[in-house]
Design a protein around this ligand. Structure first.
Ligand SMILES: Cc1ncc(COP(=O)(O)O)c(C=O)c1O
Length: 449
């Protein structure tokens, strides 16, 4: 693929940055020293001055098939010319129905109903609402409590923040979070599990904390437990062996729904289409977004077992079964992008390609364990994390931030979160990209005090 045309592209110094309040960004720090991306193709981003940067984070964990895929460009363009927008409230349009049908062909058996949203945050709030509505419809309206997990990230809606467990997301809004939530402990255990390859050995007992919450609150007050199968935004925290299985069995024992937030792990990130298949643990509902359209047009989706949907299809037929939805639920352009994305995933076997690369990816990442300040390396599927020692007294910016800036300047884009560098390249990556990513990190870490 050729680099994108740079005609008319403005350099960073020519851009007025005063008006856009950037999300999850230290705005003053960024604008004093900006990093600008102006083009993308395949595995690469391009800067306005023509530098090629390997995308080691698939954008924000979403561009699983790589950038600028022509089929998606063509599908979106054609859809815009046919039906640019149509409401989904009391009106239907073919592409949303078609996309829903195609999606449930790739989801695990039994997950044959889908509710469309526009983002991961909306998918989470939607799944929590469906869980509450499901219990209510079955005469168990007393199940109103929602259980999340420390260091869990479920987006920025009030529901997702309330079950989430990232302190900076919660601190500012603490008094306004929805009540009736509690949290499991996180599973990160550096003392016992540092440098584990794949799933760590220790920590299945963290799941038993759910029994303690049941004992405290009463199991019949709990509607749902929501976890990311692999916690992504908190720095790629891989579940200990047996942990998800144990959560599942405790939920079953007490009639609690288990929701997997697969916004990151969905659509091939672990080398299986969905994390539930990788781990062999079935949730009752799961959330998606990001890779569902290759990140090209915003769209999210909640998938659920037929029985959950059917429990709500019981009242008088003229009644709306779920008072919920978005203006853009099932947006035709997003669905067209999603259909083209699914075509690519199927043809190039991207939903399982990661399985064949997982060992190579793990070997390469773990070769960084002796670099300065590295206190842990984690991997699963085509996800990875390099955790660095915090600076004395927690001084900021963190070493991970400095490494993110350094690697971007050296031609590799990755995420940082707290003290951790997080990696999740597009699933089209080849050996040459793995080598370039790892050697760039090695070089940059060598220069960080
Ligand atoms: C697991 C998980 N859930 C929810 C979200 C929120 O998604 P969005 O930013 O699309 O609202 C994210 C975003 O990274 C995520 O990783």
């Amino acid at each position: 693929m050729n680099a994108p045309d740079r005609a008319g592209i403005r350099q960073a110094s020519e851009i007025d940055m005063s008006s856009w309040w950037m999300p999850f960004t230290a705005n003053r720090q960024f604008k004093a020293s900006p990093r600008i991306i102006s083009g993308a193709r395949g595995m690469y981003y391009y800067t306005p001055d023509g530098r090629e940067v390997v995308d080691a984070s698939a954008g924000l964990w979403c561009v699983n098939a790589g950038h600028a895929r022509q089929e998606i460009v063509d599908a979106v363009t054609a859809q815009l010319g046919t039906l640019d927008y149509a409401p989904g409230f009391n009106m239907g349009h073919p592409v949303a129905f078609e996309f829903a049908s195609k999606l449930v062909e790739v989801t695990p058996p039994g997950f044959d109903k889908v509710f469309f949203t526009n983002s991961g945050s909306e998918s989470v709030d939607t799944a929590l609402k469906i869980a509450l509505a499901y219990h209510r419809a079955r005469g168990e309206g007393h199940r109103t409590r929602l259980i999340g997990r420390e260091r869990g990230y479920h987006g920025v809606g009030f529901g997702g923040m309330a079950v989430g467990g990232i302190v900076s997301n919660r601190r500012m809004f603490a008094n306004s979070l929805i009540p009736n939530c509690d949290h499991l402990p996180h599973t990160h255990d550096l003392a016992r599990n540092a440098f584990s390859r794949g799933q760590p050995e220790h920590g299945v007992e963290f799941a038993d904390e759910l029994e303690r919450l049941v004992a405290l609150h009463g199991g019949d007050t709990i509607a749902a437990v929501i976890v990311e199968p692999v916690a992504g935004s908190a720095g790629v925290l891989v579940p200990p062996k047996g942990y998800l299985q144990r959560l599942r069995s405790i939920c079953d024992k007490h009639g609690i729904l288990l929701v997997f937030d697969e916004v990151i792990t969905g659509f091939g990130r672990l080398g299986a289409p969905f994390a539930s298949q990788y781990f062999g643990v079935e949730p009752d509902l799961f959330t998606t977004a990001k890779g569902i359209t290759n990140g090209v047009v915003p769209l999210g989706a909640v998938f659920m077992k037929g029985a959950i949907h059917d429990a709500l299809m019981t009242g008088p037929e003229p009644m709306i079964e779920l008072f919920h939805g978005y203006t853009y639920s099932g947006h035709p352009v997003a669905c067209a992008a999603g259909l083209a994305t699914l075509e690519i995933y199927g043809r190039e076997k991207l939903l399982t390609r990661g399985a064949g690369l997982e060992q190579e990816w793990a070997d390469a990442l773990h070769s960084l364990r002796d670099c300065p300040n590295v206190v842990d390396v984690r991997n699963l599927g085509i996800m990875g994390a390099i955790e660095l020692a915090p600076k004395a007294g927690g001084a900021q910016p963190s070493r991970a931030y400095e490494a993110m800036v350094g690697t971007f300047e050296a031609g590799v884009l990755m995420r940082y979160t707290g003290d951790t560098l997080a990696l999740s390249p597009p699933l089209i990556l080849e050996r040459e990209h793995i080598d370039r990513i790892v050697e760039t990190i090695r070089k940059v870490l060598a220069g960080i005090a």
